[in-house]
Design a protein around this ligand. Structure first.
Ligand code: PGA
Length: 241
């Protein structure tokens, strides 16, 4: 089984959702692939209704707070209320454009773990860290801090090198496989279990999906740009197995 999650980021409209849904539903679905889409808050309820079981709908972000004087924030229980099935935390854009620290990421994850939602914890090194061969050190620290007091329940991890997101650059298939295996080892040290899914993300496209995702240790992908097009998104699923 491969798990292909999309991330629409700050994209989409009611018109585009309609077009995407038509194309997605008309596509022949690959066997042994499960799809999910992280979408802007305002479309969660509508998309959860129209996609039902065909594709899990989730959120791209959640508040560190649960309720109270936090104008503009959305809580984990609110996401559950509108039938979101999962939520991303720690995405590179949240860390680097909104200054989210590992401590904030951890608080968001702990709030999500009070609900039925799955959490996709995104981790990844910058270009400098990659070049200085600090990848493992960075990932270990992001995992240890992001998962403090957390449980393995409903947890998915996405390895997304910052330098591969939206750039067209990707690590080699061997680096992806080795890094996913390293993440699984650290998760095993933290939780004493190895059933947690680990995805790869960063410039995944129909053309490179097979190469990047074919390893049996890589459980799937987190796809940004290419998830906006239903045909490409399904194609990635087909090519991943
Ligand atoms: P990309 O984004 O596929 O456009 O590189 C990946 C992500 O941000 O999760």
């Amino acid at each position: 089984m491969k798990y292909i999650f999309g991330n629409w980021k700050l994209n989409g409209s009611l018109k585009e959702i309609d077009k995407f849904e038509k194309e997605f539903s008309a596509s022949q679905m690959p066997k042994n692939v499960k799809f999910g889409l992280a979408v802007p808050f305002v479309y969660l309820q509508k998309m959860s209704q129209i996609f039902e079981k065909k594709c899990e709908i989730g959120a791209e972000n959640v508040s560190f707070a649960n309720s109270g004087e936090f104008t503009g924030e959305i809580s984990a229980t609110m996401l559950e209320d509108v039938k979101a099935k999962f939520c991303l935390v720690g995405h590179s854009e949240r860390r680097h454009k909104f200054g989210e620290t590992n401590e904030i990421v951890n608080q968001k994850l702990l709030n999500l773990q009070q609900t039925k939602l799955k959490t996709i914890l995104c981790i990844g090194e910058t270009k400098d860290e990659f070049e200085q061969k600090k990848t493992k050190q960075v990932l270990k620290s992001q995992l240890q801090k992001g998962l403090k007091n957390a449980s393995a329940k409903n947890l998915i991890v996405a390895y997304e090198p910052v330098w591969a997101i939206g750039t067209g650059l990707t690590p080699t298939a061997k680096i992806v496989e080795d890094t996913v295996l390293y993440i699984k080892k650290v998760l095993n040290q933290i939780f004493g279990e190895n059933k947690i899914l680990v995805l790869y993300g960063g410039s995944v496209k129909p053309e490179n999906a097979n190469q990047l995702l074919k390893s049996k240790f890589v459980d799937g992908a987190l796809v940004g740009g290419a998830s906006l097009c239903a045909k490409k998104f399904v194609e990635i699923g087909k090519n991943s197995i």
